[in-house]
Design a protein around this ligand. Structure first.
Ligand code: AP5
Length: 219
């Protein structure tokens, strides 16, 4: 199974991708997580990407493409993957299509997370992310069992640099101008599945599985 998760910042793409990938034993490829990890350990890519990620701007095309290409060529991607956060504009969508043709892989289904703006802002401003494994929590909607600590690995929970108000505003503008055109693009290609993602995480997960024609969550 190959899926692309498309939607605004804070739509719940990472939350759903992480659980579905675990259940289906597929890699969850989040370009945001890969970039944040590269920034954390100060790789050359991380140093180059840092100012873009923290301000809410898109990282330059060449960096992202190299990163996605390297990741989907790894062995664990043979059975499929969930791409979360890529593609994010038409240039990236064309590059992904070309890469899949080169690899003789069929076009993926694209799940479009549809969420109201006021819901997004609440989700983003309350998000806390594990410094170690990047699992997302929410102070109100999905709090950790022990305050400030990741349920999965015990790591410390932080607020992401781009979840500050100015960066959230910028990300929403970038989403509207760069990413929204992908909805029409994938709809006209017959690849789009629209997910109503305003509900709580359990409701969204049930709806997602029904949209994809797969069984109930196991984790
Ligand atoms: P990225 O990490 O991809 O950020 P994003 O797309 O803005 O998405 P988010 O991670 O903010 O939201 P999400 O939809 O995953 O929501 P989540 O599940 O966490 O990208 C970050 C940056 O990296 C970009 O700005 C850019 O600089 C760069 N970048 C990445 N990809 C790039 C690319 N392709 N090209 C160029 N640059 C790129 O949920 C949010 C919160 O809500 C959490 O607290 C969660 O617990 C909570 N929550 C989730 N679902 C629900 C629910 N149903 N009900 C209540 N709360 C919920």
């Amino acid at each position: 199974m190959r899926l692309v998760f498309l939607g605004p910042p804070g739509a719940g793409k990472g939350t759903q991708a992480e659980q579905l990938a675990r259940d289906l034993k597929l890699p969850h490829i989040s370009t945001g997580n890969i970039l944040r990890q590269a920034i954390k350990v100060s790789t050359p890519t991380g140093l180059e990407a840092k100012s873009y990620v923290e301000s809410g701007a898109l990282v330059p095309f060449d960096i992202i493409l190299r990163l996605v290409r390297d990741r989907v060529l790894q062995d664990d991607c043979r059975r499929g993957w969930i791409l979360d956060g890529f593609p994010r504009n038409l240039d990236q969508a064309h590059a992904l299509a070309a890469l899949l043709v080169e690899l003789k892989i069929a076009a993926p289904k694209v799940v479009y997370f549809q969420v109201r703006d006021e819901v997004l802002v609440r989700r983003l401003s309350g998000r806390r992310t594990c410094r170690n494994c990047q699992t997302p929590f929410h102070v109100e909607f999905s709090p950790p069992k022990s305050a400030g600590k990741c349920d999965r690995c015990g790591g410390t929970l932080d607020q992401r640099a781009d979840d500050q108000e100015a960066a959230i505003r910028k990300r929403l503008v970038v989403y509207q101008t760069e990413t929204v055109p992908l909805v029409a693009h994938y709809r006209s290609a017959g690849q789009l599945l629209t997910l109503s993602a305003d509900g709580d995480p359990g409701q969204v997960s049930t709806e997602l599985r029904s949209l994809l024609g797969i069984g109930v969550a196991t984790s």
